[in-house]
Design a protein around this ligand. Structure first.
Ligand code: FES
Length: 160
């Protein structure tokens, strides 16, 4: 049985073939592993954050599909050099989907995973400092809820 190819944009295909900022980072300031319950795929972001709370360096490792690799790659380019507060406020999965030239609707969750993992990393950064700024809501955002931590994901999948 042959599979129907998904209508990926040329940009998704290019980034999937040649992702930017892919790989593990030595001594990151913060790292977040997150997985999507819709497919069970995982992603890890590594960030170096300076004293001015600017993302100096960001890399990722994806154990997901082409859409996830492409969206994670574009996310690293969109937020590198940004201050954490602006990243939090401006980064949405819809903007990410636009930046990669659109995503097939069955692949929206792959972009949501990339954004949710970044937001979990930012939240974790402040949790580690013991100082959560007022612009981070107490409740997890939609994207964070869709990007479960490793343990939560394992638990959810074990119940399927
Ligand atoms: S299908 Fe799992 S991240 Fe895309």
């Amino acid at each position: 049985m042959s599979r129907i190819p998904l209508p990926y944009s040329q940009k998704v295909i290019d980034l999937f073939r040649n992702p930017k900022n892919q790989g593990r980072m030595e001594k990151p300031t913060v790292t977040a592993v997150a997985g999507n319950p819709a497919c069970g795929d995982m992603i890890t972001f590594y960030m170096k954050i300076n004293d001015q709370e600017i993302i100096e360096k960001i890399t990722f490792e994806s154990y997901g599909c082409a859409a996830n690799i492409a969206t994670a790659s574009i996310v690293t380019e969109m937020i590198k050099g940004l201050i954490l507060k602006d990243t939090w406020k401006e980064l949405t999965w819809k903007k990410v989907a636009e930046e990669v030239g659109g995503l097939p609707s069955v692949k929206f969750h792959c972009g949501i995973l990339a954004v949710g993992a970044v937001k979990r990393a930012i939240r974790k950064y402040y949790q580690q400092k013991g100082l959560i700024p007022s612009w981070i809501p107490q409740k997890l955002t939609f994207e964070e809820k869709q990007a479960l931590e490793e343990e939560e994901l394992a638990e959810k999948l074990s119940k399927k």
